[in-house]
Write a protein that binds this ligand. Structure first.
Ligand SMILES: O=C(O)CCC(=O)C(=O)O
Ligand SMILES: [Fe+2]
Length: 216
């Protein structure tokens, strides 16, 4: 647990608190809980909508069709609130990640060739910290608090120049001005990360692919 400065600003990074309300959060969780989770290869469970992404091959494996209806209101809100301004940036893919206590995600930059310029991630259930570290200057870092129902928007430098990660720590601490160190005791968290597949010519319709050897 490393206390650090919380929510330092990064070019292109924005958080919208309470992007959805508690009823909407519950409805999303119920919809996701009634669908099949994919537990292959990586520690945490995932669900892929729109397109299937292989963590192992780092490419799009299959076109799964349009995003499900229960996500429509999110896409609509992204457009209405002008988070997505260009129709070509309207998400056509969503990966749902489930993190149990003790699970995180390794430092990475979401592929610049596969995915479009705007990446949004909606957080449900447990809060957590996300650390951004500049890819070529490791001293340049920012720690961002992801509260439930908040939307993280990554564009510009935060999307392309930094790696982001979520730790496996069971307890996380961060310093809030005037309030001292606050603690998060991590429990189940679900995130919905929306992206736009820019091209799906190569690697799509790999009908032989069953993902059984994927790794994180
Ligand atoms: O869980 C999150 O909020 C982010 C997930 C993420 O970084 C990714 O799937 O690339
Ligand atoms: Fe990511």
């Amino acid at each position: 647990m490393i206390p650090g400065q919380i929510n330092a600003s990064l070019e292109g990074l924005r958080i919208i608190e309470d992007f959805i309300n508690k009823d909407e959060e519950l409805e999303l969780i119920n919809a996701l809980n009634s669908n099949a989770w994919c537990g292959r290869g990586i520690a945490r469970r995932t669900q892929h909508y729109g397109y299937e992404f292989s963590y192992r091959y780092r490419k799009i494996m299959r076109d799964l069709g349009p995003l499900p209806d229960f996500m429509d209101f999110i896409i609509q809100r992204l457009v209405n609130q002008e988070i997505i301004r260009d129709t070509k940036d309207i998400p056509n893919m969503c990966i749902v990640n489930e993190y149990d206590a003790g699970q995180g995600i390794m430092p990475h930059t979401d592929s610049a060739t596969l995915f479009g310029p705007v990446i949004t991630s909606l957080s449900l259930l447990s809060p957590c910290l996300m650390k951004f570290t500049h890819a070529s200057n490791l001293n340049d870092e920012a720690i961002i608090l992801l509260r439930p129902r908040s939307l993280l928007i990554m564009t510009g430098s935060s999307r392309y120049d930094y790696k982001h990660t979520i730790s496996k720590d069971l307890v996380e601490g961060f310093e809030v001005d005037g309030e001292g160190i606050l603690e998060i005791v991590r429990s189940r968290r679900i995130s919905l990360t929306f992206r736009t597949i820019t091209s799906c010519e190569e690697g799509c319709n790999n009908n032989d692919y069953d993902g059984s050897n994927d790794e994180s």
